[in-house]
Design a protein. Sequence first.
Length: 84
Amino acid sequence: MPLAKDLLHPTLEEERRRHKKKRLVQSPNSYFMDVKCPGCYKITTVFSHAQTVVLCVGCSTVLCQPTGGKARLTEGCSFRRKQH
């Protein structure tokens, strides 16, 4: 009796939903991102799960605030996920 799904070749969607330690190849859920300040347009590198308030270097406005998990970006801030 064959299995209903292939365990050696899971789909990308199945891998994303799994716990980071139980994936076929372990990989973290966190990442770094470049955040652009809406006021002075300076770019700051921010960790996705930052646990402190991140301020802009140029105009010292709040770029993101910590939550229980991922950091919440301030409205108007644009971001780009960094490639490793």
